[in-house]
Design a protein around this ligand. Structure first.
Ligand SMILES: O=C(O)CCC(=O)C(=O)O
Ligand SMILES: [Fe+2]
Length: 293
């Protein structure tokens, strides 16, 4: 199952749910005004992408309009959804790294914060077929040991899905297999009909779905004749992995200078300790302080 939990339950309740099921629904994630505002910000890009919506990149199989570079194109997604402190705290818990490293006989604790790996709005259109069930950490060639209990450090990717509309079976709500984050890498058992253990992550507007990168899932079949199912999707990877969307090419530096410290850091403008992601041997933040000529 997937648990629906309100913020007042506190961080640990969300961590426990994600450990057990691989996913959780934040019941009171956002409000209708923010969803409407985000919708306005991304709609021109969704419209423009329609001509291109035959894309079959990754798990896409045609019929999905997209708004890529999402945190740059939607201030609301960037500041309200991606920067949400609960999502950030859950992510820090699951994929933040803190490692004891020896310099000679001196122990040091080195920290690496999560990075935004991808932000994209996906909008399933009429005729959009269900995706094959998959794990999103496939992109990082991540490997999994079958386990009966969660152990910290298993995952390197964690996603946030913020639906712009109610999602349900007929409009292709994300199909998920709760518990599959504990599976190994052998051929997954989806049963004879392909539906074993599968449920629809049906969401109401204002809710959000958080999922580990190891959870088997896929967009459902869009069976309605009109309308669309639009979801703002963000994934963070651990700070020592390559990001799916290249942030330094996707978000111009002059734009990044206007972003909050958190967003700058999560895009990779702060180095991961020790020594990953520098310019001139320095954390690249200094480049954001320089004024353009
Ligand atoms: O649209 C969805 O619900 C999921 C999309 C997805 O899993 C993907 O494109 O990798
Ligand atoms: Fe996926």
């Amino acid at each position: 199952m997937v648990q629906r939990i309100a913020r007042e339950a506190g961080l640990q309740a969300f961590i426990d749910a994600v450990e057990k099921d691989g996913c959780v629904i934040i019941q009171d994630f956002t409000d209708l005004e923010s969803l409407e505002q985000a919708g306005k910000e991304v709609q021109p890009y969704l419209d423009a992408s329609l001509a291109d919506s035959a894309s079959t990149v990754g798990a896409l199989n045609g019929g999905t309009a997209t708004c890529t570079r999402l945190v740059g194109r939607s201030k609301t997604v960037r500041e309200k959804f991606f920067s949400d402190s609960l999502y950030q705290s859950i992510a820090e818990h699951f994929i933040g790294l803190e490692t004891k490293i020896w310099y000679g006989s001196e122990p040091t604790i080195q920290k690496s914060n999560p990075l935004l790996s991808i932000s994209i709005t996906m909008s399933s259109q009429p005729g959009c077929k269900a995706q094959k069930l998959h794990r999103d950490d496939k992109n990082h060639h991540h490997r999994h040991q079958q386990a009966s209990q969660y152990s910290k450090g298993r995952d390197m990717l964690i996603g946030l899905f913020v639906p712009a509309c109610d999602t349900f079976k007929a409009n292709g709500a994300t199909r998920i297999i709760p518990g599959s984050h504990l599976w190994g890498d052998d051929k997954p058992d989806f049963g004879d009909d392909g539906n074993k253990g599968v449920m629809d992550a049906e969401l109401k507007k204002g809710e959000a779905f958080v999922m580990l990168g190891s959870l088997y899932h896929g967009a459902g079949n869009y069976t309605l004749q009109s309308g669309c199912r639009t979801v703002h999707i963000m994934f963070m990877c651990s700070g020592v992995h390559r990001q799916e969307e290249i942030p330094y090419l996707s978000y111009p530096i002059e734009d990044v200078k206007t972003y909050s410290q958190l967003v700058r850091d999560r895009l990779g403008w702060k180095q991961s300790e020790p020594n990953l992601g520098w310019v001139d041997l320095k954390s690249p933040e200094f480049l954001l302080e320089e004024t353009s000529a």
